[in-house]
Design a protein around this ligand. Structure first.
Ligand SMILES: [Zn+2]
Length: 260
């Protein structure tokens, strides 16, 4: 979904061009969803290879999925907000934030904090972050969705995560690539977190993440980029479309249920 005249730049001073962009729905909005495309710019995320030898970086798959999720949500009557809408990170990156061709740990932390700030500025009702998993063994496969268990928001985040997980597994089955259920899990146990709470989903940390995300949130890892068969199935226009449909349905189902 391109940045159009109908889109709104939220807090332009705090974000890079293309960062934190809102796509408002009509006046009868069903809610606001922050759609976060993992990685970007100098941070490629993990990298996989398809069965026919095509190299795919995580950031190049999270973006089209997130754009398509935003488009679907908007069509369904939700306002969608993207933390990044181009290949670049939505946060402002200085030249010394990139060393030896990759993002420094400090800059990566600042970027994650900026994604949280975008969700809070947007007053989003839900936050969904799109990532893909990776592992040394290319045979490892399956879908998992992460949420933070340590916060008052945890029961709502868990419901969001379960709705996403259920819809994603149904979508992958429809794609002919049924995915083992690795479950809805504690965010500190995922490979993205390295043993701590995820900045995106976790509680505040004085001095580094002073204003934690204020809404239920989940981070999806629909499949392993390092599994060539899984990557081959999803790194196609149809795969992206099916995954985006599953993620937007997962958010819609959750928000509808919460309203009941
Ligand atoms: Zn990732």
């Amino acid at each position: 979904m391109p940045v159009t005249p109908s889109s709104i730049v939220l807090d332009a001073r705090s974000f890079a061009p293309g960062g934190c962009i809102a796509f408002p729905s009509g006046p009868a909005s069903r809610g606001t969803v922050l759609v976060d495309a993992g990685h970007g710019g100098p941070d490629p995320g993990s990298v996989g290879t398809t069965l026919d030898g095509r190299t795919v970086a995580e950031k190049d798959l999270t973006l089209p999925v997130a754009l398509a999720v935003a488009s679907r949500l908007r069509t369904a009557g939700f306002s969608a907000v993207l933390s990044r809408s181009t290949d670049e990170l939505g946060s402002t990156i200085e030249s010394d934030d990139v060393q030896n061709g990759s993002l420094t740990t400090a800059a990566s932390q600042e970027d994650l904090v900026a994604r949280v700030r975008c969700a809070n500025v947007a007053r989003a009702d839900a936050l969904v972050s799109v990532h893909f998993n990776s592992f040394d063994d290319p045979a490892v496969t399956g879908s998992e969705t992460l949420y933070d268990v340590d916060r008052p928001l945890a029961p709502r985040s868990r419901a969001l995560a379960q709705s996403l997980q259920t819809n994603i597994r149904a979508g992958l089955a429809a794609l002919g690539e049924p995915s083992p259920d690795r479950g809805v899990i504690d965010d500190s146990s995922g490979s993205e977190a390295g043993g701590g709470d995820l900045v995106l989903l976790g509680p505040g940390v004085p001095g580094s993440n002073d204003e934690p995300s204020a809404m239920p949130g989940a981070l999806v890892e629909p499949l392993f980029l390092t599994n060539p068969a899984d990557l081959t199935a999803v790194a196609t226009p149809r795969g992206v479309d099916i995954l985006a449909g599953a993620i937007s349905s997962g958010v819609e189902d959750y928000l509808d249920e919460e309203r009941r």
